[in-house]
Design a protein around this ligand. Structure first.
Ligand code: SF4
Length: 211
């Protein structure tokens, strides 16, 4: 389906979800990339650092995304900008075929990312960046964002209108999804959901949990 490109063509992925509105407006395809260079206390994505992952060709992933009929993608992790070149390649492929929206959660700040060429390329195809490390003490319960130091940047106009409503929601929304061999926490959880999630993890000994 796609021509060979002179970018990194493999991406390390911990998990994907095809159809959710818990990490951005409209129905989204969410990619949790594997690997992170930070060590935030209270990180809710430990499995993206220590758990299983797959190495996926960006063309296969693009086909998967395009068959999902979602409005756009959200990339979380893990730290997406550690794989900036592969993600830029993926988004470039997608945009040749469909005008998809792109939201990225990163532990780096926008200012840090702007110093790096590959990161700047990825930012150039990103509509919303939610940036900064998660700081447990600054977790203020804001919907869709982990702690108050983290900022939402509109890098294009695409979501500016819908974003006013979506990101000003009063409550956090998240869900715990069970598959045959794992449980997946999707979204930024409230204290109640987090409590349930912790109990599931304790009871399973961590065996069935992904994030
Ligand atoms: S940046 Fe995100 S994934 Fe990485 S340690 Fe911090 S909370 Fe966890």
């Amino acid at each position: 389906m796609y021509k060979k490109m002179s970018v990194e063509e493999k991406i390390l992925i911990s998990h994907t979800e095809k159809n959710t509105d818990l990490l951005g407006p409209y129905r989204r395809f969410v990619i949790w990339v594997h690997g992170c260079c930070f060590d935030c206390e209270g990180c809710l994505a430990e499995s993206t650092k220590n758990g299983v992952y797959t190495e996926t060709d960006i063309r296969d992933l693009a086909e998967d995304i395009l068959s999902s009929e979602t409005e756009g993608i959200t990339i979380s992790g893990g730290e997406p900008f550690l794989q900036a070149r592969a993600l830029f390649g993926l988004i470039t492929l997608l945009k040749k075929i469909k005008d998809i929206g792109v939201i990225i959660y990163s532990g780096f700040t926008l200012e840090e990312l702007q110093k790096d060429d590959d990161s700047r390329n990825l930012l150039s195809v990103t509509d919303i960046l939610i940036d900064g490390r998660y700081i447990k003490e600054l977790d203020d319960g804001r919907a869709y964002i982990g702690s108050s130091n983290q900022r939402l940047h509109y890098l294009s106009d695409r979501y500016k209108e819908i974003g006013k409503t979506y990101y000003s929601a009063e409550k956090r929304r998240a869900e715990i999804k069970f598959t045959l061999d794992k449980a997946v926490l999707i979204g930024v959880p409230s204290g109640n959901v987090l409590e349930v999630w912790r109990k599931i993890k304790e009871k399973s000994g961590g065996d069935i949990c992904d994030f």
